[in-house]
Ligand binder design. Structure first.
Ligand SMILES: [Zn+2]
Length: 362
C-alpha cells in the first residue's frame, strides 16, 4: 500500500481530482479522527478552505447532528455490522442530501461487516448515486477483496504529538490547555487521536473539569482511585486519578497490606489502561528526578510543580533511577503478558517505599 498520509493530504488529493472518491477505506489508528476532519473539509462553508468549526455545518458535524452524515452504529455490543444496517443505508441513499452537495456514510470498524452485509454493501459501492460518499474505517485490510477494489485505500499517518498540539491550537485552546492536553495523551499516538474524539475534552473546558475533579478525588484512598482510573473513559479523569494515586504512593509511607490490595485492583484493569498507568508513573518518577537534579524547566507536570518539589526530597537519586528502570522493564513485561498480580506487587513496592531518605536537601 502507498505511504501513510495525513487528512490534509487526502483533502488536497480530492481537490486536485475535482471531487472526492465515492468510497474511501481509511486505515490506521487515526482513521476515525481523519474521517471527521475530512467531512469538516467537505461540508464547511468557510471560504478559506480550512474547516472553521464555527459555521452551521461544522457545528452540526462536531455535535453529530448533521442531517447528511450518518455514522453507522455497530450492533450486538459492538460485535458486527449486519445486513439490516446496510439495507437501511441502501434505502436512505436514494434520498437526495438535505443541506449540502453530498451525503456521507461512515462505517467505523468496517472489518466487522458480516459477509452478507459486505456483499450487500458492494451493490451500492458498484453504482452509487452521484452525491453519495462512503468512508470505511478499519485497522487493517481484512475485508472482502471486492470491497477493497471499490475503495480508494488510504493509510492514515500516525498522529504525532506535534500534530495534536497544532490541532488544539487551531481549535483555539490556550497554551495551558494545550500543555494539559499533551499531558493527558502521554505522547502515545492512539491517545493523541482519542483525546480529540472525547466529549469531555471537546466540551471545551478541560481545565474546569480538572478543577472539579481535584476538589473531589484527593479524599479517595489508593484502591478507590485505582477503581476510578480503571472505570472512567474520560482522559481528564484518567490522568487526574492516576496522578492522585501516584502522589499518595510516592509521597507517604504505605502499609504493605495496602500495597497488596492496590496491586490486586490494578492487576484486574485492561492491558491498555495498565500500560497508560505505567506511562503516567514513568513521567511522574522522571519529574521527581528532574526536580532533584535542579532541572525543573524540563518537568513534564508543570501544573503540579509544588507536589513534585514536596515529594522529590523523600527519594534518593539512586532509588528514583532504580524505580524508573523497574517501570521500563514493567512495560515490556506487561506487553509480554507477565503475571499481572506479581508485576504490580513488585512495581508498587518500588514506588511506595523510596528506601533510605537522601540527606541532600536536609
Ligand atoms: Zn465551517
Amino acid at each position: 500500500m502507498a505511504a501513510a498520509i495525513s487528512v490534509e493530504d487526502l483533502w488536497g488529493r480530492a481537490l486536485r481530482e475535482g471531487r472526492p472518491a465515492h468510497a474511501y477505506l481509511l486505515v490506521g489508528e487515526g482513521a476515525e479522527f481523519a474521517a471527521r476532519e475530512f467531512l469538516l473539509h467537505l461540508f464547511c462553508e468557510d471560504p478559506t478552505g480550512r474547516p472553521c468549526r464555527r459555521c452551521p455545518p461544522c457545528r452540526k458535524l462536531l455535535h453529530g447532528s448533521h442531517p447528511d452524515v450518518r455514522w453507522v452504529p455497530l450492533e450486538g455490543g459492538g460485535a458486527r455490522i449486519g445486513i439490516d444496517r446496510v439495507r437501511e443505508i441502501q434505502k436512505d441513499a436514494r434520498f437526495q442530501p438535505l443541506e449540502s452537495q453530498y451525503k456521507a456514510y461512515v462505517l467505523p470498524e468496517a472489518e466487522r461487516l458480516t459477509p452478507e452485509a459486505a456483499n450487500s454493501l458492494l451493490k451500492i459501492l458498484e453504482d452509487p448515486p452521484e452525491y453519495v460518499l462512503f468512508l470505511l474505517l478499519a485497522r487493517g485490510l481484512r475485508l472482502l477483496p471486492t470491497i477493497l477494489s471499490r475503495c480508494q485505500i488510504v493509510r492514515i499517518r500516525p498522529f504525532s504529538t506535534r500534530q495534536l498540539a497544532e490541532v488544539l491550537a487551531r481549535q483555539g485552546y490556550s497554551e495551558d490547555e494545550i500543555r494539559y492536553g499533551l499531558a493527558l495523551a502521554q505522547g502515545i499516538p492512539s491517545r493523541n487521536v482519542r483525546l480529540l474524539l472525547t466529549p469531555s475534552w471537546l466540551g471545551e473546558k478541560p481545565l474546569q473539569r480538572r478543577e472539579a475533579l481535584l476538589s473531589e478525588i484527593p479524599k479517595l484512598c489508593p484502591t478507590e482511585l485505582a477503581e476510578r482510573f480503571s472505570q472512567t473513559e474520560d482522559p481528564v479523569e484518567e490522568h487526574e486519578t492516576a496522578r492522585a494515586l501516584l502522589l499518595q504512593l510516592t509521597g507517604g509511607e504505605r502499609k504493605p497490606h495496602e500495597v497488596l490490595e492496590l496491586a490486586s485492583t490494578l492487576a484486574r484493569i485492561p492491558p491498555e489502561k495498565a500500560e497508560l498507568f505505567l506511562w503516567e508513573s514513568l513521567r511522574w518518577m522522571r519529574d521527581l528526578l528532574l526536580s532533584a537534579q535542579n532541572a525543573e524547566n524540563r518537568v513534564f507536570h508543570r501544573d503540579r510543580l509544588q507536589d513534585v518539589r514536596a515529594i522529590s526530597p523523600r527519594w534518593s537519586t539512586e532509588s528514583l533511577v532504580r524505580a524508573i528502570h523497574r517501570l521500563e522493564r514493567g512495560l515490556s513485561a506487561l506487553q509480554a503478558n507477565a503475571n499481572a498480580q506479581l508485576l504490580w506487587e513488585s512495581l508498587l513496592f518500588q514506588l511506595g517505599f523510596p528506601g533510605a531518605r537522601n540527606s541532600r536537601r536536609l
